[in-house]
Design a protein around this ligand. Structure first.
Ligand SMILES: [Zn+2]
Length: 390
């Protein structure tokens, strides 16, 4: 057996390489470097807090210039290492680190802090919420959406972490193209502002407009895909946008003999329903954009240069919060995004029972970590010594 932490002599053969081979979720495997002797030492069950750090927070901590971030980052890493906290990495982190010139170093920091834990990919969360909401709608359940953490975490996080190593590599991708797309989407957003300033659309109507836009996207993408396949263009199976799969998957929950147009109408009715509006991602995303619209109408972001600097990452910053916020105990966001998420039309913290932290409320963040550290039991402390001997 390969021994990671040597503790002493083997009780069976006396050889001096007996110790911990690994931490296996709920127990430590101990063994001997020479004979077949092994032991299991059971560890108490864990319930870690799930914390999400958005990109600006991660990059601030990584650059290390701001001592406020550095101190906080060290405390967070410590709480993760003593198994009180987990900070899973998301597909949005992976995507965004490629846009940074020192992306490899940043990715290494993220992987080290997340200790190998990952969230479900953003698209899977979107799809799962829609399918679950659709099934609830079909069976006449009420329009609330019960958020369950396991719906967003690809693996069990409430386990004792194994000894891990950091492997750093970027998924292949065209970084320059991504950077351009990000810039273009920001410019398109800023282009909308003149129109928004002149409209007097009430908030709820803006929300409904955003949800209708999402519906159009899913339905149109599906129809394009369906038409292509119908024409015999089977490359559509491989190169269609991922959004086209939403309605395709919803069809599986409708009777097979249902005529195509009835099927489509059923799906459209769902997209118009309160059930759809209440899906966590759709709820937060539509309200974030409707709130921004209201702020612009009330005179915010008049200077385009300054708006560009502040809203450069708006789409992905909204995504961090909208995809992952509802599944976490706490989320640390960039200042403007934290402010947005606190607006009454969104109220991320109250709606999804998640603490929202930002640089402007660092005391709250430290207090939360104080409470977390104080909550450690003696049993937990003993288990730490067994699993990770000093
Ligand atoms: Zn032995």
């Amino acid at each position: 057996m390969l021994i990671a932490k040597v503790l002493g002599d083997c009780p069976a053969c006396g050889y001096g390489r007996f110790g911990n081979a690994g931490v296996m979720a709920d127990h430590v495997l101990r063994g001997c470097g020479r004979c077949k002797h092994s032991e299991q030492v059971w560890l108490p069950p864990l319930r870690k807090k799930v914390l999400y750090l958005d990109q600006p927070f991660f990059s601030g901590a990584f650059r290390g210039g701001d001592p406020r971030y550095v101190e906080l980052a060290e405390r967070i890493q410590h709480a993760a290492s003593v198994q009180l906290l987990t900070i899973p990495r998301s597909s949005i982190h992976d995507w965004e680190t490629r846009l940074w010139s020192r992306g490899n170093e940043l990715l290494e920091f993220i992987k080290r802090t997340s200790r190998g834990h990952t969230f479900e990919r953003a698209y899977n969360i979107e799809l799962r919420q829609i399918i679950r909401g659709f099934r609830r709608w079909l069976s006449g359940d009420d329009a609330t959406y019960p958020v369950e953490q396991r719906g967003a975490l690809t693996q069990r996080v409430h386990v004792w972490d194994d000894y891990f190593f950091v492997d750093v590599h970027h998924e292949p991708g065209d970084t320059e193209l991504q950077r351009q797309l990000k810039q273009q989407s920001t410019e398109r957003l800023l282009d909308l502002f003149d129109g928004w300033r002149q409209s007097d659309e009430p908030f709820e109507q803006s929300v409904a407009g955003e949800l209708a836009g999402a519906k159009r996207l899913y339905v149109d993408a599906f129809l394009t895909y369906f038409t292509r396949v119908g024409r015999g263009d089977f490359s559509a199976l491989f190169d269609s946008p991922i959004n086209s799969r939403v309605v395709e998957q919803m069809r599986h929950f409708l009777p097979e003999e249902m005529p195509f147009h009835d099927m489509l109408r059923r799906c459209e009715n769902f997209f118009d329903s309160e059930h759809f509006a209440n899906l966590p991602y759709q709820y937060l995303r539509s309200r974030a954009f409707a709130t921004l619209r209201g702020m612009v109408r009330n005179g915010a972001y008049i200077n385009r240069e300054r708006a560009r600097a502040k809203l450069g990452g708006f789409y992905s910053d909204v995504d961090h919060a909208a995809f992952y916020g509802p599944y976490c105990d706490a989320i640390a966001l960039d200042q403007p995004m934290a402010e947005l998420m606190e607006k009454p039309g969104i109220a991320l913290a109250e709606k999804f029972n998640v603490r929202v932290f930002s640089l402007n409320h660092l005391d709250d963040f430290h207090e939360w970590l104080d409470d977390l550290e104080a909550s450690m039991t003696d049993e937990h402390r003993q288990a730490l010594n067994i699993a990770y001997p000093p």
